[in-house]
Design a protein. Structure first.
Length: 260
């Protein structure tokens, strides 16, 4: 079992995972692109099990490491420090935030024209982290439902989350972590299959959210988002949703940003 979770990125998803980890008895090493001092408030909230560090230190000190930065920043992940580590990739491709990434748009990187099947975003991350074991997880649920939906093992209203990866042992590690944090796991295949949980697919965000009342103003919608409990999505339902996915153009939704 992991004892320390390293986080490269401590924004909405990263901060939520840190809270769940500490509540589960894990230590956390937090980092972001702005420096350890900017994480003082979050460390103070989390207490003695949390400390702030640099991304390289979080990479080296975590038994498992979560990469939860905007996808455009993945080339800055410290590959050497992450070598040999299981790295949980929460990142999604949001073109309006990340800019157009030619490979994920189905184009040759040099602009020479269209290419064959486009890779998943996690395949790009694995290519950069060639000596790590990348597992896609936590990318299909918004940060509020991730926090409030956690349940003990065996609970009738426990939700499941999809994971994908190329290394069975790494996926087993991540499955154990999800169980500790309050979620069942559905293995949806390899990193090449991870598009099935990306933005725009049936399992992305909406199944975990209650139906929003019509006619809410901006302030009311924001209050509804933070105050409304999520909807349990058991493993069987996750499997159904994943199986029904079809791959279209990259989606532009930003409902579950995993940003730093």
């Amino acid at each position: 079992m992991p004892k320390t979770l390293g986080l490269i990125g401590s924004g909405m998803i990263g901060g939520t995972l840190a809270r769940l980890a500490v509540a589960s008895g894990l230590d956390v090493v937090l980092s972001n692109s702005r420096g350890p001092d900017t994480l003082a408030d979050l460390v103070a909230e989390l207490g003695s099990r949390a400390r702030a560090a640099t991304p390289a230190e979080a990479a080296r000190d975590g038994d498992l490491v979560v990469a939860t930065v905007p996808l455009r920043a993945y080339p800055r992940l410290p590959a050497a420090d992450l070598a040999g580590r299981t790295v949980i990739d929460t990142m999604n491709y949001y073109p309006e935030r990340d800019g157009r990434l030619a490979e994920l748009e189905g184009e040759e990187p040099d602009g020479a024209g269209p290419r064959g099947n486009r890779p998943s975003s996690s395949a790009l991350v694995q290519r950069h982290l060639a000596d790590s074991y990348v597992v896609k997880a936590f990318n299909n649920i918004d940060f509020r439902r991730l926090l409030t939906g956690a349940r003990p093992a065996g609970a009738a209203d426990r939700s499941a989350l999809p994971i994908a990866g190329d290394h069975p042992a790494a996926k087993a590690e991540v499955t154990r972590l999800l169980d500790m944090l309050g979620y069942d796991t559905v293995d949806i295949g390899t990193l090449a299959d991870s598009w099935r949980s990306e933005p725009g697919t049936p399992v992305y965000v909406q199944p975990y959210m209650a139906e929003r009342p019509a006619g809410l103003g901006q302030e009311e919608a924001g209050r509804w988002f933070f105050e409304t409990p999520g909807v349990p999505v058991p493993a069987g339902r996750v499997r159904e949703l994943v199986a029904s996915a079809t791959r279209g153009e990259p989606a532009g939704s930003r409902q579950a940003l995993s940003g730093d």
